[in-house]
Structures are given as C-alpha cells and as structure tokens.
Design a protein around this ligand. Structure first.
Ligand SMILES: [Mg+2]
Length: 216
C-alpha cells in the first residue's frame, strides 16, 4: 500500500495514510518525524535532504516484528505557512518509506497536520485539535488502526510531542536528544505524572533496548 494513496481530509484537518487495521487491538509506538526518525533540517520537503537518524529503521523493524503498530504523527506547519505543498511532503515520505524498506521496516500509519497559528490559505488556526500538543492525530490513528492508547508510547524531541501523548492517554513518552531535544530535555520532566511516564533516551536508537520494558 503506497503512501501516495494517502489523502487530506478537510473534516478532520489531517492528511493520513494507514494500512488496514489488525483484527485484534494493538499497542503502538508513535513517532514524531523531524528530529526523531529523520534529521531536523527545518521545513523538510525534498527527498535529497532526507537523512534517516541512525538506528531508526532497526527500531521500526523490531516493533514490526513484535506486532507493535508504528505510527508517525507530524506537524506540517510548512504546508500551512505555504512553504511547500503535499507533493513535497510526499517526496520526503516516499524516501523515508524506501529507507525503512531497505532494512525490512515499514510504517503502519502516517498522520500529518498542516494547521498553524500563522498559517495561510485556510490553514490558520490558533490551536487546531490535530496539531500537537493536541491529541487529534493520535486519536484519529487509534480509531483507524484499532490501537490501545493506554499501552502505547510516543517518541519525540519536542515537549509538544510528549504533551500530545499525555493528552491522548498514552502510557508515556520517550524523549530523545536529537533534533531540538536538548532544548526541551529539562521541561519534559514536568510532563511526568502518575499516569504518564517520561523516559529519556539519547536518540531513537536508544528505544531498541527499551522495547521489551516499554511493551511488556
Ligand atoms: Mg520533531
């Protein structure tokens, strides 16, 4: 199922692509994209600029083998601001899918929100329910892919990634130092509650040894 078959739904404000859901409910590993799965370049929109972060494909492949759904949830303010369009987004996503496939890894779902407070052409919104830190993309993914949010995790470099996870009722968040992670490390500790765990990692590669503990 090619990612090119994904589409934007004006009713939800979400661009989405996902595989058919499994019959039984599944746990999920949600991933922010820029700064977690691929190097943060700022408004990434070209395949040539798309660089996988070391270890990312191995983590996705391990989750695939364990029956854990892997779902990318990405704010795409660059579209809302008019810097690039869905074709540029797809160019990047197609490259990521190819890189993952080289290591036997595949995503189960991909969700993107173009809204931004400074958006143009109808994509302006002060706090769109699908834009992280709000949980709209995660909730939509859960409905579409039959996911068990309370047994799921999100990996992110921004505090807003983990905040979206907490708002969606995930078990916790893994905070990485890649991307903008270093600037957010101190604040993400504040997101820790009795019902939401915060686990530090150097990068997505650090998630690999944690998988058995995160998904018992
Ligand atoms: Mg990021």
């Amino acid at each position: 199922m090619a990612i090119e078959s994904g589409s934007y739904d004006p009713a939800t404000g979400i661009w989405s692509w996902c595989r058919p859901p499994a019959q039984a409910p599944r746990r999920a590993l949600f991933l922010d994209r820029d700064g977690v799965l691929v190097e943060e370049t700022g408004y990434l929109c070209r395949a040539a600029d798309t660089v996988m972060i070391d270890g990312a494909a191995r983590v996705v492949a391990a989750a695939n083998r364990s029956g854990i759904a892997v779902v990318v949830v990405t704010n795409q303010a660059g579209i809302g601001r008019g810097y690039y369009d869905w074709a540029g987004f797809l160019e990047v996503e197609t490259r990521i899918a190819a890189r993952l496939a080289e290591e036997g890894a595949a995503l189960d779902g991909l969700f993107a929100c173009p809204f931004h407070p400074d958006g143009i052409g109808g994509f302006r919104h002060p706090g769109h329910p699908a834009r992280k830190p709000r949980p709209g993309m995660l909730l939509e993914a859960a409905a579409r892919l039959n996911l068990q949010l309370g047994r799921s995790w999100i990996a992110g470099d921004h505090g807003t990634d983990l905040s979206a996870g907490a708002a969606a009722g995930l078990r916790g968040g893994i905070h990485v130092l890649t991307g903008h992670g270093r600037a957010h490390r101190e604040q993400v500790g504040d997101l820790r509650t009795s019902s939401f765990q915060v686990v530090p990692a150097d990068s997505i590669a650090g998630v690999l040894p944690l998988l058995p503990a995160l998904f018992p």
